[in-house]
Design a protein around this ligand. Sequence first.
Ligand SMILES: *[C@@H]1O[C@H](CO)[C@@H](O)[C@H](O)[C@H]1NC(C)=O
Length: 434
Amino acid sequence: MRLELSQTAAKVFKYLLISYAVVSIVYTVSYLYTNYEGTHHDVGIIVPRAPNPQQRQQEPLIVRPPPPVEQSFGDHTVIWSHTQESAQAMSEQLLMAKVFSDALGPTVLTPYFLRAKATFDKEDISISTLVSRNRFSVLSRLATNHKGPISAAVHINDNDEKEHVLQELRELWMTNPDMQQYVDIHLIVDIYDRQFNMWRNVAKLFARTDYIMMLDVDFHLCTDIRKSIRNNPEWMNRLRQGRTALVVPAFEFNLQEDGEDWRTFPSNKNDLKDAVNDDKIDMFHKAWIKGHGSTNYSHWYESDDLYKVTQYDFSYEPYIIYKKEGSPWCPERFIGYGANKAACLYEIYLSGIEYWVLPNDFLIHQTHRYPEDARRKERQYNRKLYMNFREEVCMRYARKFYMTGEWDTPRADNLKQECDKIHGFQRTIKSTTL
Ligand SMILES: *[C@@H]1O[C@H](CO)[C@@H](O)[C@H](O)[C@H]1NC(C)=O
């Protein structure tokens, strides 16, 4: 009897031991597979978010999985590994200070603070957008309506309310499955408000797809823009070449109360045109025609084909879809209201990227009441800055095109046409041997 008992015990023990071994192997393999997949490069890779340098010096070069949501901010190390043997560590703060060196710092940046569960096709288009606290619910709505990749730069002020606002953000995340599925949140914590272009660059930098749509979060996507583009091989090819930005025309309701509920918005071009004819809807920011006029709305109403923007204005600030790699970043010196988005689009245009308007897709602004602070001073300051910036960026790309031998190619066409408008540009270029 005792013998039988101990034999049974031994069997049970053996069984447990084997199961344990099997389970650990399966667990380890799947862990390694999911976490280290895609990190097998040798040359010049950055391994982000590794543990701190003291611990890591004796360790082999292993990529740690990113810490869970409840992480501490900013205290990470970035490794530049040339080969497995020669890796150089630097603080993430130092690298980010350089990456965003035109912006005001210090900033604590946490990429993928909350990370979408979905895996995205590289060839997909991410909405790249900025969100501050008063737009949290608008982001959540966008996630649900869009159901596609969103890269959101979320700015939170580094003050007493920080923890409270972070909690709000987490709750928003927990309560909307579409947020969890589609939205990557990159957290920016600092004391500077309205560094819009820096935030734009954060959203672009960490977007997980090859193409992005630079969008203000309170726009409603009336049509399935991703589908129209992805189903059109010619347009996809344009994006792939990196020389085309696709413009999505933007509209707004004439009466604020008409534009509050997206469920009542037109969802195809014919219905939109009817609403325009009924004087209910018009181009976005009609009072500031330079902002969107280059889209040429009267042409758009008649057009069935993609068409090129020919009457560029330096104040033009359309919503565009373009390739992430190889396109200029938004100039971060523009802080606060005025010129920030226009400056970003201007440099993209000057770099030789053509703007082509999508014939059947459109956006409508969702109207809202937000308390607005005085923006006039910022606009004045940025207007002055923008004058200098245009001249600088003209000289800079002129030099670049001379050096690369592209001056006499179509790539320099946008620059020639735009920079000729700057007083003295021609003369300077002609008299200079760059
Ligand atoms: C807009 O398009 C119309 C016709 O489609 C054309 O006649 C007009 O010159 C264009 N305007 C601008 C500013 O490009």
